[in-house]
Design a protein around this ligand. Structure first.
Ligand code: AGP
Length: 586
């Protein structure tokens, strides 16, 4: 949640450089944004604004250093006074922050007793005041930072800036900070994709490390203040991957990228997946965990493993898994799925699993992310930077890896490959025929409720489909195992209630068709997604059968429906209200 960006170097257009950096981090939070730069005359320019950055431009102030923040509000309303950067009473120390300082109230009361006046409702504002209070005792700023780290509680990523001394200090506990460097200068950002336009030479800061930037030099310290060597790594981000290009929205750009991504995984990942299956074979009890879309991918994985690999694998919501780890042991395998690799509920569950000596095989999309660095084995999803808050290409990439894992475990890789190649064709067909889905969206746009049914592996597909509709069109959508209908939910069906039915021609076909007839009998408007039409469908979308890989084109149908429903209702598909791309606070 929240994006932070800082720069110190030779460039003088720092105001707009930081604004561009914040824009590329805006998917982490877009309630308000703020920027501070130090002008050549040693004074500062501070701008804080509620709302999205959009096409804002800043005055061309000559400056060579500064930082900024884009906010996802946790403490204090969406108001200018709660927008970062926050500052001390002398406006000499400034702070930007991502995370939650859990003991901010106690610290605030202590500081208030010492005469500090707070202007905001945020937890963050205690940081510059704490630094100000500590600098009354020492002007050793590294010592002040170490003291602050000891005093604050919670999962945080923080940059403190001492204006007079032109010094930046960055430190973190779990939430991400990336350091970047090029010939012009030094960068700090919440994730590496925000640095792609400037450098691919990065260092992922670890917990209990402190970075100091002064006069374009970088100093890394451990928690005792002892200097450490910085081991930069080179990331192969292509800038255009992080930009919209000719697309209107990142959502449709990323939906269109799926055929190529799935084909690349198919052509390049057999050996990596094979290696990962060894961990699964040697484990005694394996658990897929994730949040939101990632959890629904885990559920799809349980069907793939059962049907294809004849192997039981559990799935759990990562935020609940922390309460379920007592049975884990060194022979257990935890498989966390996370696009960002920073979702705090996944990170903390994996930490607990590691305390139980369980092995960890991560499926993540971000090289160098916290999850990537803390896992024993990792499979990179190769979906490229995903900027739209709604997971699309990362979801189908997860399904592709899980599908191939199951087939390799079963020794039927080529069969899996054949089905996935067919699925890629179906995805291309749906994308090319998206006008039909756009028409369905304008038909459904005024509906209050949409229900989605599926049996077997189509049940978690129904759940993910509801999320793609709910997240950005804000229409209430609910997914059910079709077999559950008569146990209660059919009571929600009335005349013209839209019901989407996933009905691939597999072992669930006949039973699901009966369910379609049952809701139709109650007046539902039935939209059938299948390879075979039926008179019960009021509307029919043909998706050819690709065995269990049919889950992938089925999900792409829902991604496009979610996209066009959002546009039809006049909302932003990339930055839905109240959401952020990577959930780094509990
Ligand atoms: C999906 O569209 C949402 N953005 C959300 O549910 C997401 O899947 C969830 O927050 C998990 O994110 P992760 O894959 O980065 O861990």
């Amino acid at each position: 949640m929240c994006g932070i960006f800082a720069y110190q170097g030779k460039r003088t257009d720092v105001a707009n450089l930081i604004l561009t950096g914040l824009k590329s981090l805006e998917y982490r939070g877009y309630d308000s944004w703020g920027i501070l730069i130090k002008k050549e005359d040693k004074s500062f320019f501070l701008k804080r604004q509620v709302g999205k950055i959009k096409d804002k431009k800043l005055p061309p102030i000559i400056a060579k250093e500064g930082f900024g923040h884009t906010r996802w509000a946790t403490h204090g309303g969406v108001l200018e006074k709660n927008t970062h950067p926050h500052f001390d009473s002398q406006k000499k120390i400034f702070a930007v922050h991502n995370g939650i300082i859990e003991n901010f109230n106690e610290l605030r009361q202590e500081l208030t007793k010492k005469g500090h006046i707070f202007n905001s409702e945020t937890d963050t504002e205690v940081l510059p005041h704490l630094a100000e209070e500590l600098s009354k005792k020492t002007n050793n700023r590294l010592k002040i930072i170490k003291e602050i780290i000891k005093k604050i509680k919670g999962l945080n990523a923080i940059i403190l800036y001492f204006l007079n001394e032109s010094e930046f200090y960055a430190f973190k506990n779990s939430s991400p900070i990336v350091l970047g460097k090029n010939n012009d200068g030094v960068f700090l950002a919440s994730d590496a994709s925000a640095l792609a336009s400037y450098t691919n030479k990065v260092y992922f800061l670890n917990d209990e490390e402190i970075i100091m930037i002064k006069e374009k030099n970088i100093y890394l310290f451990d928690k005792y203040g002892k200097p450490k060597k910085i081991n930069f790594i080179n990331l192969n981000y292509k800038v255009e991957d992080t930009l919209l290009g000719q697309h209107k929205h990142f959502m449709i750009k990323e939906i269109n990228e799926q055929p190529k991504i799935i084909s690349t995984i198919l052509e390049t990942q057999q050996q990596n997946i094979k290696k990962a299956t060894k961990l699964i074979r040697n484990s005694y009890g394996s658990y897929l965990i994730g949040c939101g879309s990632a959890y629904y991918a885990c559920l799809v994985g349980t069907y793939f493993f059962s049907k294809i690999a004849k192997r039981h694998i559990n799935a759990a919501v990562a935020s609940e898994f922390s309460y379920l780890v007592d049975f884990l042991k060194e022979t257990s395998l935890v498989i966390p799925l996370s696009q960002s690799g920073e979702t705090i509920d996944v990170i903390s569950s994996v930490k607990k699993a590691k305390e139980k000596k369980a092995k960890v095989l991560a499926l993540t999309n971000v090289l160098g992310s916290t999850l990537y660095r803390m896992s024993d084995e990792k499979l990179l999803l190769l979906a490229g930077p995903e900027k739209c808050v709604l997971a699309t290409k990362s979801f189908t990439a997860k399904l592709t890896f899980l599908y191939l894992l199951a087939h390799i475990l079963n020794g039927t890789f080529n069969k899996g490959k054949k089905n996935l190649k067919k699925a890629v064709k179906e995805v291309e067909k749906i994308i090319n025929e998206r006008k039909k889905i756009k028409k369905l969206a304008s038909f459904l746009k005024e509906k209050k409720h949409i229900f989605i049914l599926g049996r077997g592996v189509s049940y978690p597909v129904a759940l993910e489909s509801t999320l793609k509709i709910k997240e950005s069109s804000y229409i209430h959508a609910e997914g059910f195992p079709a077999g559950e209908l008569k146990h209660g939910v059919i009571a929600l069906i009335e005349k013209e209630t839209p019901v989407i039915v996933y009905n691939p021609q597999d072992e669930t076909y006949e039973d699901t068709l009966s369910s379609a007839y049952e809701v139709s009998a109650r007046g539902a408007y039935v939209i059938g997604i299948s390879s075979k039409n039926s008179p019960v469908y009021n509307q029919f979308f043909q998706i050819e059968n690709c065995s269990d890989a049919t889950t992938i084109p089925n999900v792409v149908f829902a991604q496009l429906l979610g996209y066009y429903l959002t546009l039809a209702r006049g909302f932003d598909p990339d930055k839905p209200r109240n959401l952020a791309k990577s959930v780094t606070v509990k």
